[in-house]
Structures are given as C-alpha cells and as structure tokens.
Design a protein around this ligand. Structure first.
Ligand code: URA
Length: 252
C-alpha cells in the first residue's frame, strides 16, 4: 500500500473517522536548498530590557541582530537566559524537520517529551500531527517545525503575553532565516500570536497574510492535534483544512 494512503488511513483510524474510498494523496515534495554555513557565534544579549513581568522582570531581550544562520540562532537560544523558563525547562526546544522545506509549522510550546529530547512535536500531539501531515503526503522532509514558545512552561500552563513577548524575537528571526513559503499555525495560541486574530473555532482553515521582516507569508491556522483528540467531532474540519493546505503547497 502507498505510504501516503497508509498514513491517511492511520490518521482516520486515530481520529475515529470512517470514510471509504479516499484516494491516496499525490506526494508534495520539499524543494531542497543547502543550509547556510555558520559564520560566527551570536552576540550576547543587548541591554535592551524585555517586557517586565513575574517571569521576565530583570531579563534582557535577546539581541539577534548579528544572527545570520539557523545554527547561530540555535546557539543564541541556548545561550539566552529566559529567567524562570530556563530555570524550569531542561533545555530550549528549537526545531525539527527540514529547514529548507516550503512549509513551516508553528506550534504552541514544548511538552514533556519535547523538553527531554529538545525537539518540537515529538510527544503524543506531535505524533498525531505527523500522521495528519502524512495524510496529505508530507513527511518530515517536507516541513520544518518550531513553536511560539521555546521552553517548556511549568506544568504545561498556557503561555502568558509576557512569555510570548520573550520568545517573539526568536520566532521572528527563525521565520526570517528559514524563509518558508507557507506557515501552518497549529492551535489558537500560535494563530493569535502570529496573526492577532482570536478564535480558532471560527478562523481555522482561513488563510491570513502575516508579514515578518518585510516578507509576507500565507498562513493557515489549524486545530491543534491535542485539541482534536478532545474534540473528535472536529476531525472533518481539520481534514478539510489539510486538503486546503495541500492545494496551496501544490500551487506554489
Ligand atoms: N509539542 C510541541 O512542540 N508543540 C505543541 O504545540 C504541542 C506539543
């Protein structure tokens, strides 16, 4: 059986959907570009103060102005003191997948597994996300994944505006350096952080333009897989959104 069809059927089974005669998806391949070489280490944080709150008070915002490559950005993140977030998390969680892929997936925050292994979307929600993307013939080589929050939050609490502001320079630089063609915003927190739009129930599957560092990206909000596990009746909407994403990628 074709791998895409297998993945699609696995996803349906996972979500409890019973849809017969679904044709296998045509593969969508990433366009491979070489990763830029590391030129030098990133600069230390600037004296510019981060927005003050219980987590970020006394913290300095990262100065990423000299960061030119993804490797440098990863190093800058590892070197950065994110205050309470660095104190409770094991490590920052940077990215996984293919940095040269057309599609950049942006989730919410690392969970337990991600915190342990230092890679986004590898716990249960991430495994479901892989199956969802696999259902439209996207393998790990066809997307690049990160989060709006780079450190696991204590007890997996929701991020505050201050947590989001703290991680924002990393997110913007990450998008600027990866230069994807399309952003997939996984979950309401990611959607609101990038677009300013609130309400994933009414805005999932609605393309929005997001401009980062003078470049505008078509951006699609998708239900978070963890949310879909709790609300399986929304699975059909998620599938429509995935097909919508696939059409966009094929049209590039
Ligand atoms: N793991 C991640 O890395 N991000 C999410 O949004 C959920 C789980």
């Amino acid at each position: 059986m074709d791998a895409a069809l297998r993945s699609l059927l696995d996803w349906y089974a996972e979500m409890g959907v019973d849809v017969p005669n679904v044709p296998p998806a045509k593969p969508v391949r990433a366009k491979i570009r070489p990763l830029a070489k590391t030129a030098s280490r990133s600069q230390p944080a600037s004296p510019q103060a981060a927005k003050s709150n219980t987590h970020t008070a006394q913290l300095k915002a990262p100065d990423l102005s000299k960061v030119r490559t993804l490797d440098e950005l990863r190093e800058a993140m590892q070197a950065y003191d994110a205050g309470a977030l660095s104190d409770t998390a094991r490590q920052p969680v940077f990215a996984r997948g293919n940095p040269d892929a057309d599609l950049m997936v942006i989730g919410e925050a690392p969970g337990r597994e991600e915190d342990i292994q230092g890679k986004p979307f590898i716990g249960p929600a991430g495994q479901l996300l892989d199956r969802m993307l696999g259902a439209i013939a996207l393998g790990e080589d066809d997307f690049y994944a990160t989060n709006v929050i780079n450190w696991r939050l204590p007890k997996n609490r929701n991020p505050t505006a201050e947590d989001l502001a703290l991680c924002r320079p990393f997110l913007e630089k990450h998008i600027e350096l990866a230069q994807p063609k399309v952003l997939l915003l996984v979950g309401g927190i990611s959607m609101t952080a990038l677009t300013g739009v609130t309400g994933i129930m009414k805005n999932h599957g609605e393309w929005q333009d997001v401009t980062i560092a003078d470049k505008t990206y078509p951006t699609l909000p998708l239900y978070h897989p963890a949310f879909l596990l709790r609300r399986p009746e929304l699975k059909k909407d998620a599938w429509r959104d995935l097909l919508n994403l696939r059409e966009k990628l094929l049209s590039l």
